[in-house]
Design a protein around this ligand. Structure first.
Ligand SMILES: *Cc1c(COP(=O)(O)O)cnc(C)c1O
Length: 436
């Protein structure tokens, strides 16, 4: 069981909404801090440990600054994500650049920032050398185990995934990188997404440890650290159990003692790129119920849409919903809770048991509808389809105050990529159009 809580009362939300109209995301800084500290304590059983927060999960530099202050680095995979890390004061080897199909200018920026470049393919060894005029002294390679490892629902089977080197390529790759001047090496993999099984993650570590030993035997290259990637799940459903940091670290440590220590590779660093389990449970999308509609089913229409939170529409993902002020009310209704896109999969919940919800159309203000576990891969996946503007982000500080860390988009943002002058000068031929 995981308990679904929300840190603000309905009265406080009403006050906030006067200043920052719904919808908005809100993140709980203190809860994120406690979580990160628990993670770091758990992983302190390794000779060295570094977590590079996956920026794509929550690409807000205010959040990144909090995480950097707690000793975390960043995992980036694009030009803008590298700039976000830099904005938050994260530089050098604290940045992992785990990209794929990488454009030249992204490798150049990663190199300028001193980031650890994590190659996704054998052919990128030469490509990187051409981009930079050399191979960096420190380099990482991403492993794809193919049929050796079972996948999971979101990321798919490794042998069908586009990422990483094969086992044979990675051995040749490290030898080639050494011959081209690399001196320090790291090994990376990322084979699952939103996986709650402890055993799965321990097996992944075991697999990387065995590969580190094999690389040493076959090439003489000693990797300095392994990066286990992300993929640790969170309990989106109340009947699911969170993975404990202590159990996870202890499981990985047992594999380390089994494989790394006897092979003489101790000390080996452990790195991770967790995103979802760092901030996911500590962010909420707060919307308001606008309309009630009764046809073949009963619908509650919100002022948020899948443009604000895509996971339910994209993966059929469950996100818990609660109604502030009605935490203990009986679940008498059966609703589809929907957004306003002209897309029928724009539904936050389908046939969900909920308390009676008041709508703004009926009562003026309407109930707040809080969508839980939206602190990772939430707003970040937002988009502008249908002319929908993405909502802003608020931060609940440890002292109870609330600050805005990103404003909502306006129509000006939506039109910012259009050239108004060019549009004015542009004349459609209309009726006079003659085919060339
Ligand atoms: C998405 C991603 C992560 C983070 O995954 P989470 O599921 O958010 O922990 C880490 N590393 C890589 C390479 C990724 O693509």
């Amino acid at each position: 069981m995981s308990v679904k809580t929300f840190p603000l009362t309905k009265a406080r939300l009403e006050e906030l909404a006067d200043q920052y109209p719904t919808p908005f995301y809100i993140y709980d800084e203190e809860a994120i801090r406690q979580n990160v500290m628990a993670m770091r304590r758990a992983f302190s059983i390794f000779p060295s440990y570094k977590e590079h927060f996956a920026v794509k999960a929550l690409p807000n530099p205010f959040i990144l600054k909090i995480l950097a202050g707690l000793g975390l680095g960043a995992d980036c995979s694009s030009y803008a994500e590298l700039l976000l890390a830099k904005m938050a004061g994260i530089t050098g080897e604290d940045i992992m650049f785990s990209s794929n199909e990488t454009p030249e200018r992204e490798y150049r920026l990663a190199d300028e920032l001193g980031a650890v470049i994590n190659l996704d393919d054998f052919t990128h060894i030469e490509f990187l050398e051409r981009c930079l005029g050399r191979i960096p002294a420190l380099i990482s390679c991403r492993y794809n185990p193919g049929p050796l490892k079972e996948g999971n629902a979101i990321i798919g089977k490794p042998e069908e995934a586009k990422y990483g080197f094969t086992g044979e390529q990675i051995i040749r790759g490290f030898a080639l990188l050494r011959d081209k001047g690399a001196r320090r090496f790291a090994l990376h993999t990322m084979v699952a997404s939103n996986e709650l099984s402890l055993d799965y993650h321990v097996q992944t570590a075991r697999m990387l440890f065995e590969l580190a030993v094999e690389i040493r035997e076959k090439t003489g290259v000693r990797v300095e650290w392994v990066n286990l990637g992300g993929g640790v799940g969170i309990p989106y459903r109340p009947d699911q159990e969170a993975l404990s940091w202590d159990a996870l670290a202890a499981g990985i440590r047992a594999a380390y003692d089994d494989i790394i220590v006897p092979a003489g590779l101790d000390p080996l660093g452990i790195h991770t790129e967790y995103g979802r389990p760092i901030t996911g449970p500590y962010g909420w999308l707060v919307a308001r119920a606008l309309h009630r509609k009764r046809i073949y089913r009963e619908y509650i229409g919100l002022d948020a849409s899948m443009a604000d939170l895509m996971r339910p529409a994209l993966y059929g993902a469950y996100h818990h919903i609660s109604i502030p002020g009605k935490e203990d009310a009986p679940l008498t209704e059966m609703y589809d809770v929907v957004g306003s896109l002209c897309e029928n999969n724009d539904k936050f919940a389908v046939q969900r048991r909920l308390p009676w919800i008041e709508t703004a159309a009926e009562t003026g203000r309407g109930d707040f509808v809080v969508i839980h576990d939206a602190g990772a891969h939430g707003r970040a996946m937002g988009f502008n389809y249908n002319g929908k503007l993405r909502c802003g982000e608020l931060l609940l500080r440890p002292d109870g105050s609330v600050i805005r860390i990103r404003r909502s988009e306006t129509e000006d943002d939506y039109f910012a990529t259009l050239d108004a002058r060019a549009l004015q000068e542009f004349h459609s031929e209309g009726d006079e159009y003659v085919a060339p």
